[in-house]
Write a protein that binds this ligand. Structure first.
Ligand code: TMP
Length: 208
């Protein structure tokens, strides 16, 4: 049995996380690893129900505090019902977003990074990924891609101002600088298979 691992892909809107998650899953399955693909908010029945509460409705549907608590509650269910059981049987779990999205999106206004980490301790006992990749694109490129994909139909959070999204990008960069062992920046520009190759290379030390 392989050792279970938990890998997360993070970054702003339009960085290609979902495409890369699928490609990385295929590459790992080719190495005979069982892979579970999941996403946040969501990834378990309860967390998917919370997802629709979080991503639909008006901009002021939730206060900043209520929003952060809902993300933490969804994550607690996701960790308990999906992620931990898969890892216990030796699978690799790949998640499109996880805790670092809450730190970047919810931890820069009414709440601090410490507040978000406290919610994570309460909800998920500080459970952390083995490795986190921040997919980055040159300024403007991610916005163009997200707009090409979503048009004007971005969700409650994706549709926030470009200033907000610039702060999110800065927060992700801080995590790379301060938590280098876990959090790595990966250039998401160029052909998709080249980007997948970069991700695989940055996982080399964890592969069986
Ligand atoms: P996505 O499915 O496009 O990644 O959309 C999820 C949205 O939710 C995206 O705008 C990022 C946001 N989000 C947070 O604000 N905090 C979180 O903890 C997570 C997981 C996502």
């Amino acid at each position: 049995m392989t050792q279970g691992r938990f890998i997360t892909l993070e970054g702003g809107e339009g960085a290609g996380k979902s495409t890369q998650l699928r490609a990385l899953a295929t590459a790992l399955r080719d190495k005979n690893i069982e892979v579970v693909e999941t996403r946040e908010p969501g990834g378990s029945e309860g967390a998917e129900a919370i997802r629709s509460l979080l991503l639909t409705g008006g901009a002021d549907r939730w206060s900043a505090r209520a929003e952060a608590l809902l993300f933490a509650a969804a994550r607690a269910d996701h960790v308990e019902k999906t992620i931990r059981p898969a890892m216990e049987r030796g699978a690799w779990v790949l998640s499109d977003r996880f805790l670092d999205s809450s730190r970047a999106y919810q931890g820069q206004g009414a709440l601090s990074d410490d507040d978000i980490l406290t919610l994570h301790r309460i909800g998920s006992q500080n459970f952390l990924p083995d490795r986190t990749f921040i997919l980055t694109l040159p300024e403007g490129e991610a916005e163009r891609r997200a707009h090409a994909r979503d048009g004007d139909a971005a969700d409650r959070i994706g549709g926030r101002s470009s200033d907000f999204h610039a702060q999110v990008a800065q927060a992700f960069n801080r995590f790379v600088d301060r938590e280098h062992e876990r959090v790595r920046r990966v250039d998401a520009s160029g052909e998709a298979d080249v980007v997948t190759g970069r991700l695989l290379a940055a996982l080399d030390d964890l592969l069986p």
